[in-house]
Design a protein around this ligand. Structure first.
Ligand SMILES: [Zn+2]
Ligand SMILES: [Zn+2]
Length: 374
């Protein structure tokens, strides 16, 4: 028996990287897989060659030995070990077909263990959005949500079998959920074609759900939105998701809040921010101004000489914190309101003011810029 050229088999260069070899192998394994080429002896032979080539080239140590001229046809190197290591082989196939395979005869790693009872499965989680106003987000609200979901079929109680009958153990796989194809070394285990791996079949499907065990429906809930939610908050409703399969628990429903903006308050994390216009005179000589809070108004002191952008905060006047840690704050940002036009009288007074307030506030930046230029 001639020494096989594994590189030619996989169609890769002798200098190919491990990644390139893996890629080539996957492509060929898919193309020649017995499942895709039933009763095609030539494809089966090619498939075995590809497997053998990858068994050697896919392993760094074996590849080195092979490159040095070692490893004989059909041998697996490593001093004549009897059984081949099917680890890598099984892993790759599970990637290819989305199922674990037992390789040489169902070892402890086989996913489809012998079983007669179908396994329960938790239902999927669902997610839906609700739009609420800014006030609802602050105060909390009870809002209706409708979510499309699957529920356990009321006729068959989720079994999928016509009432009075029961699913039976699959006659093809005897409930194991898997079928084996081929012999010995290259025996391929795959999900049972009759029962799709569930291990049971329904002889008389339920008329309501046609054997699915679940029906599609629109569920309506009234959701309590807690006070203080933000745009994008997720509220979990335990057990309100999709029904479980074969008696499994239901999933959860997540309600995501979409909060419309307020024309006054802007949300900043746990706090709110409000822009408060003040007049030039209020900024200069100070004042006491009325500002809005969430439930009423409060008075705030503007200190004499307040710059535009100065922030004052009222602690504990903000929205409820979702973690139960009390309430956030409201930040008031003073912005000097500069009139676009002045009356004749105002213009005269501003002229007078200009004469007495005649310092140059740009002196420092000009001086420092000039010093740098030198
Ligand atoms: Zn049903
Ligand atoms: Zn079966």
């Amino acid at each position: 028996m001639a020494r096989p050229d594994h590189y030619t088999t996989l169609g890769v260069d002798k200098k190919a990287s491990a990644e390139e070899i893996k890629k080539a192998y996957r492509k060929l394994a898919r193309r020649y897989h017995p499942d895709r080429n039933p009763d095609d002896k030539a494809a089966e032979e090619r498939f075995k060659e590809v497997q053998q080539a990858y068994d050697v080239l896919g392993d760094a140590d074996r590849r080195k030995a092979y490159d040095r001229g070692g490893i004989f046809p059909g041998g697996f190197g490593g001093g004549g070990a009897g059984a081949p290591d099917m680890g890598g082989f099984g892993d790759i196939l599970s990637d290819l077909f989305g199922t674990a395979t037992g390789g040489g005869g169902g070892g402890p790693g086989t996913r489809f263990r012998s079983r007669t009872k179908p396994q329960a499965e938790k239902g999927r989680d669902l997610e839906t959005e609700v739009s609420i106003s800014f006030d609802q987000a602050i105060e909390g609200a009870q809002v209706p949500v409708a979510v499309a979901t699957h529920s356990a079929c009321p006729t068959c109680r989720g079994t999928g079998a016509e009432p009075g009958t029961e699913p039976i153990v699959c006659p093809v796989c005897q409930g194991r959920g898997v079928e084996s194809q081929g012999q010995g070394l290259f025996s391929i285990t795959r999900p049972c074609s009759r029962c799709n791996g569930s291990g049971t079949v329904i002889e008389k499907p339920c008329r309501t759900c046609k054997g699915a065990g679940r029906t599609r429906e629109l569920k309506r809930y009234r959701v309590n939105i807690p006070a203080g939610v933000k745009d994008g908050s997720r509220i979990r409703l335990a057990g309100k998701g999709e029904a479980g399969l074969r008696g499994g628990p239901p999933g959860d429903l997540y309600v995501v809040t979409r909060v419309s903006e307020s024309s006054v308050f802007r949300r900043k994390g746990d706090n709110l921010e409000v822009e408060v216009p003040i007049t030039v005179v209020e900024a200069l000589r100070g004042a006491e101004v009325e500002v809005p809070t969430l439930d009423a108004t409060k008075r705030l002191r503007v200190k004499p000489g307040t710059a535009s952008g100065t922030v004052q905060r009222l602690r504990g006047e903000g929205p409820e914190r979702l973690d139960g840690g009390g309430r956030g704050d409201i930040h008031y940002r003073f912005v000097i309101d500069v009139p676009g036009e002045l009356t004749k009288e105002q213009a005269e007074i501003v002229e007078d003011l200009g004469r007495v307030m005649n310092g140059n506030p740009r002196e420092r930046i000009l001086r420092e810029a000039k010093a740098k230029a030198k």
